[in-house]
Design a protein around this ligand. Structure first.
Ligand code: HDD
Length: 691
């Protein structure tokens, strides 16, 4: 996270500035620029008479309104975007000619869109789902789109299965339910019949599917790409984004509650962080595999997008940093109209024969025609490259440019034979030798669907495993057809017997007989238990207050937390002002009934307001936060509130995220900061907490 650095104008910002028009200035006009007399009454034949067809202002205004919507994305419909820039640390010319990866002085403008997959545009931010992480780099050599997800593998191996997968995942066709959820029969029917989904589904059942913030999730290019250097040497590459704030998640119960309390939770979080100058950042890392070593892995085909290459086998080399520092000027113009295409690559970056990637090369270009209404979508301001565009493509719906001249073909003598192909200086496809019979066949090297699902399971900490078991139990528990549950448990039994047994017990399926041994291998890098835990920047802290709170302690606490970048809000039973212990009147930030514990990372109950302990909402607030593994702190009279919430006090419990003291002390803040930075205490036993 880059804090408070000035917002820099990139080349893309300057280009976009030309297309901006302020909402609020001057005289109201029609689209034809004709000043409008008034806009509250249509033109009528008499004050009580019929409306006249000649009212061009009325017709235009209604016509424009009727056509405001464009089709939402067929997947990843709900998203949030931001502008920023990317800088490479050191020249990577050993591997690639891509200009933005070889010039450490270049600040490449980017637009990033984060998204959920299943839900509609207006659905919630926090379902159990994969998150999209799509980055458009506006490089000097043209646009490079890295259209990735927050999970490093995908459900299927061949793009021809994508329509089947998405049909099964989306709301069911007869009644269009459920919205933004994978917990339904068609999805699990497909999964149970398509074992290649097993690895990805493990990720989906893990906490990765519930990011606390877009700023706290990893990103992956998923496929193996190819880098090509000036000598034509190819290196296979996997792209990784690592968030500077660490990879942190919500708990599922919390995520479900957030869907009601604030369906814009992740969107608001991104917007507010950027707005307040707490710019999110990610480090770009590369796993580099020389072409000659592509076959070095026993059980991994690098063309199979359902497999990772464990970091312990090929380390992730940090190469640059992405910083998001500007919110969009207009949601529709930028976040909705941005069109990512997997086929947008620049010289020095190339594709591989991954059959999922190959299908994507068609789909993304194609889908924009329906979504954005024609072939001129690259001219939309957010999609325009900063590199010059010169070609003989022409006409079509929504052409915004006026090509000038006579010769709209190549070769030509009437236009000096321009624009000319660049030859070797242009994009030269890597001359990979290919030979083979035409056949609808999958490579035998794609056949293993269980080894890496087991690797993922083995790599999880205790609490991560518990969350995975609960997730399978929840999802399968929503599946009505028992044979589907049975088939999924059979697959799980091939991943890990204990997992299968634990899930079977929760969903009324008979315990399976052990059929395979767990290989015992793990990859520590996969566990969120091993992520960065050193910052409280933008963590949200709720302080429950009422008349009589300890003014000095409150002020000191607020100062120390905000100094470190946390967001502190005072919540009182009613909005307005409270009177502190020293008689001073103080503004509160929120009324307790308008908020909920799930919108915060920690809750503090200071000394001096004993009445809070009899306020059911305040008690529930603290108990619910405790249930979700959050930092819960109380001082003096605040302890009574914890007791009312059946929160076992520290004397009975070794819990570093439960900070309870009889009196205010300096260690209180340091304990609180350390606990907030750790994110949650997921080892806490909360089964008995009633919240
Ligand atoms: Fe896709 C959108 C990521 C496989 C077809 N996809 C889309 C977006 C992301 C991904 C992040 C939203 C982009 C945005 O914000 O506008 N998709 C992935 C990843 C995949 C993947 C990481 C596997 C590695 N996708 C995939 C396949 C196909 C598609 C196999 C089709 C064969 N995806 C699409 C699409 C979308 C899309 C239909 C919908 C909107 C859009 O493209 O622009 O073309």
């Amino acid at each position: 996270m880059e804090r408070g650095s000035p917002k820099r104008m990139t080349a893309k910002d300057r280009q976009l500035a030309a297309s901006r028009r302020p909402f609020n200035e001057g005289v109201l006009t029609t689209d034809q620029g004709i000043p409008v007399e008034e806009t509250d009454n249509s033109l009528r034949a008499g004050a009580r008479g019929p409306t006249l067809l000649e009212d061009f202002h009325l017709r235009e205004k209604i016509m424009r309104f009727d056509h405001e919507r464009v089709p939402e994305r067929v997947v990843h419909a709900r998203g949030s975007g931001a502008h920023g820039f990317f800088k490479v640390y050191e020249p990577l010319d050993e591997y690639t000619t891509a200009d933005f990866l070889t010039d450490p002085d270049a600040e490449t403008p980017v637009f990033v869109r984060f998204s959920t997959v299943q839900g509609s545009r207006g659905s919630t931010d926090t379902p159990r789902d994969v998150r999209g992480f799509a980055t458009k780099f506006y490089t000097r050599q043209g646009n490079f789109d890295l259209v990735g997800n927050n999970m490093p593998v995908f459900f299927i191996q061949d793009g021809i299965k994508f329509p089947d997968l998405v049909h099964a995942l989306k709301p069911e066709p007869h009644h269009e339910m459920p919205q933004a959820a994978s917990a339904h029969d068609t999805f699990w029917d497909f999964v149970s019949l398509q074992p290649e989904t097993m690895h990805h589904v493990m990720w989906l059942m893990s906490d990765r599917a519930l990011p606390r913030s877009f700023r706290m999730m990893q990103g992956f290019g998923v496929h193996t790409f190819r880098l090509v250097n000036a000598h034509g040497r190819s290196t296979f590459v996997k792209f990784h984004w690592t968030p500077s704030l660490g990879t942190h998640s919500l708990v599922f119960d919390e995520a479900q509650l957030i869907s009601g309390r604030d369906p814009d939770f992740n969107r608001r979080d991104l917007w507010e962080a950027i707005d307040s100058g707490q710019f999110p950042s990610w480090e770009l890392g590369l796993q580099l595999i020389p072409q000659e070593q592509a076959y070095q892995f026993d059980d991994i085909d690098i063309l199979d997008p359902t497999k990772i290459i464990p970091e312990e086998l090929v380390p992730v080399t940090p190469v640059g940093r992405l910083t998001l520092n500007r919110n969009p000027s207009n949601f529709f113009a930028e976040t909705e109209q941005v069109a990512f295409c997997v086929g947008n690559v620049v010289p020095g970056i190339d594709f591989t024969n991954d059959p999922l990637m190959q299908a994507r090369l068609f789909s993304y270009l194609d889908t924009q025609l329906t979504r954005l209404g024609g072939p001129n979508f690259p001219q939309l301001p957010i999609n325009r490259p900063i590199a010059a565009v010169r070609n003989h493509q022409q006409d079509g719906f929504h052409q915004h440019e006026t090509p000038v001249g006579q010769a709209n073909y190549f070769p030509n003598s009437l236009g000096d034979d321009l624009p000319k192909p660049a030859g070797a200086a242009g994009f030269v496809h890597f001359p990979e030798a290919v030979d083979g019979p035409k056949e609808r066949k999958r490579s035998e090297t794609f056949a293993d669907h269980y080894t890496q699902a087991t690797l993922f399971w083995n790599s999880m900490s205790g609490w991560e495993r518990e969350h995975i078991i609960s997730a399978y139990r929840f999802e399968l528990g929503k599946v009505r057809a028992m044979p589907i549950r049975v088939r999924v448990v059979e697959h799980l039994n091939r991943i890990d017997h204990d997992l299968a047994v634990a899930v079977a017990h929760g969903v009324g399926v008979e315990e399976p007989v052990k059929s395979a041994d767990n290989h015992g291998r793990s990859s520590p890098a996969l566990s969120q238990a091993n992520t960065a835990r050193d910052s409280i920047i933008s963590r949200r802290v709720a302080v429950l207050v009422a008349d009589g709170v300890d003014a000095h302690a409150l002020a000191a606490l607020r100062d120390k937390l905000t100094e470190r970048g946390a967001v502190v809000e005072l919540l009182a039973p009613v909005d307005g002002r409270i009177t502190t212990s020293d008689g001073v009147s103080m503004d509160v930030d929120r009324a307790l009934p308008t908020m909920a514990s799930v919108l915060y990372d920690a809750v503090i109950v200071p000394d001096g307001a004993p009445d809070l302990a009899t306020d059911g909402q305040a008690v529930h607030f603290a108990a619910e936060a405790f249930k979700h593994g959050k930092t819960v702190c109380a001082v003096g009279s605040g302890l009574a509130l914890l007791q009312r919430g059946q929160i076992p006090l520290p004397t009975a419990l070794a819990d570093p995220a439960l900070i309870a003291h009889d009196a205010w002390s300096d260690t209180f803040v340091s304990e609180l900061v350390a606990s907030l930075a750790r994110h949650r205490n997921f080892d806490r036993d909360v089964a008995a907490i009633p919240a």
